[in-house]
Design a protein around this ligand. Structure first.
Ligand code: MN
Length: 196
């Protein structure tokens, strides 16, 4: 198998009451798992077979199509699970917090812009905090697109596909985004990614 489904970094019920165990059961166990299964089928017998995930992603992006869509979704979901932690939220550790204040005006302004970014993604996609060679930006991507293919380093990502929030929040994407940034964001992970 070229790609595998990683275990969640926490128990399925660990993000309650913000994200239910049922949502994680479907989102990780069904949706993410389906991308892994499909991507493995699609790369079988192609030059992508056996490549590490990030390399396969970059190569698949040059062709586009179903292989990229499924590989991109594996990569994006892997980062999404790591972008959350029970008792997350709060502010980023220094020096990342200083960089955020510098880039967005204040930590509160950053949070507002992150939520606005997620709301501004029409249809399915993702909202990201990325580092572009040290410069912080909020970017949104559609479907399975990822800032990695633009040479940017993802620090934090929120899934805004409806399957990410519909069971818990129905159509209230803004509420989900606010909970993500206020209660779940894993700043330890983001700070490590920023250093790397
Ligand atoms: Mn998803």
């Amino acid at each position: 198998m070229t790609f595998t489904l990683p275990q969640l970094p926490y128990d399925k019920a660990a993000l309650e009451p913000h994200i239910s165990a049922q949502t994680l059961e479907f989102h990780h166990g069904k949706h993410h798992n389906a991308y892994v299964t499909k991507a493995n089928e699609l790369v079988k017998g192609t030059p992508l077979e056996g490549l590490p995930l990030e390399k396969a992603l970059i190569e698949a992006h040059k062709q586009g199509g179903a292989a990229f869509n499924n590989i991109g979704q594996i990569y994006n979901h892997n980062l999404f699970w790591k972008s959350m932690t029970p008792n997350g939220g709060g502010v980023a550790p220094a020096p990342l917090a200083d960089k955020i204040n510098e880039a967005f005006g204040s930590f509160d302004k950053f949070k507002e812009q992150f939520v606005a970014g997620g709301m501004g993604q029409f249809g399915s996609g993702w909202v990201w905090l990325v580092s572009d060679k040290g410069k912080l930006e909020i970017v949104k991507t559609a479907n399975a697109e990822t800032p990695l293919t633009e040479g940017k380093t993802p620090l934090l990502v929120c899934d805004v596909w409806e399957h990410a929030y519909y069971l818990d929040y129905q159509n209230r994407r803004a509420d989900f985004l606010k909970v993500f940034i206020e209660k779940l964001a894993n700043w330890t992970f983001a700070a490590e990614a920023y250093k790397a």
